[in-house]
Each structure stands twice: as structure tokens, then as C-alpha cells.
Design a protein. Sequence first.
Length: 211
Amino acid sequence: MRKRQPARRARRAPEEIRDRIVRAAGDEFKRTGFTGATTARIARRAGVTEAQLYRYFGSKAGLFREVVFKPLDRHFLVFIDRHLAVAGDASSLREMSQLYTTKLQRFITEHSALLTTLVVAQIYDAGMPQGVGRINSLSAYFEHGAEAMSKHLKRGARIDPKLMVRVSFAAVLACIMFRDWVFPPGLASDRSIREAINAFVLEGIGANLSL
């Protein structure tokens, strides 16, 4: 009797393979963190080989960025649509700037864990583009911020709005991500820290705008 040959498994489309890997990686990173996750476990969970994983994403850090950046990118786009456009149309320059820094502080606070983990990921993949610069909608965020600021300039800017919006973002980002290092317990209340960050950014924006 002729031995029956096992049925050949249908070939998966590249999009399906990528999706399986991303979903498996998301579960694994959530369960064990970046350093605890391994590409071998992710590949097994996705039902693919490690070779396929590396073919599509290059490295564990590259895969991590894919898993993290997609939802973070969506959040930034929502932030732009809901808040930055409103801030750009505000009748009061001080109100505009206050709204900008308040909403930005809230947004970064909500996503500080993801942003902090990206710093860890870049250590493992130093040859690839680093940090938040890989977030596509962050570029749009900077462009919208600079445009909103430029609308209210009465003459030439002392500091390029494209640079100013990035410096403002970096100041808020650093104060929140390194909060425990910079603000020891008992130094100030959460409200006082938020107000100090707002005041600092407002003074910086005031280098260009008549507030």
C-alpha cells in the first residue's frame, strides 16, 4: 500500500506573516518586557521561523519599534487633530501656549512608559535610527506646531519656530520621563511641577511671541 504523503501547508502571504509576528511580539513584550522577550519565543508563538522574523524586522529592537510605534503614532495623530489645531486657532496667544503645554504634558505622561522603553530598545540596536524621531506623526506634530507659532509672529523670529517647537517638546519630555530623578519627593506638588513646566515653556515661546 502506498504511503500517504502529508498535506502541504498553504503558503502564507507576507502580510499575514508580518501580522502574526507583530501580534505575537506584542503579547510577548507585554508579558516579559523588552529585555525578557526572545525572538525564539516570539517566532514560536507566531508559528514562524526566527529567520522569517529577522527577514521582516531585522532585529528584536526593530520588531519592538514596529509594535510600539504603530499605536503611539496613532495617538499622536489623534493628539494633533484634537488639540494642536485648536491651539493654533486660539484667540489669545497665552491661551494657545497654555493649552499646548498642558495637553502635551498630559499626553507624554500617559505614554511615558512606552517612550522610556524605546530608550532601552535603542541600546540594543545602536545602528538604526533612534528614539522618537521614528514616529511619523511626530514630524507632522512639529510642523503643525511651528505653523501655529509662525501665524502670530509680528516680525522675523529670533528663534526658528521649527527649532522652538522641538525644544519645547524636549523640555516637557525630559521633565516627565526623568521626573523621579529631577524632582525628589517633597520638593513640590504635582500641580506646582506642572505649572513650572508650563511657565518655562511659555517664557521660551515668549522669545518669539509677544505674550
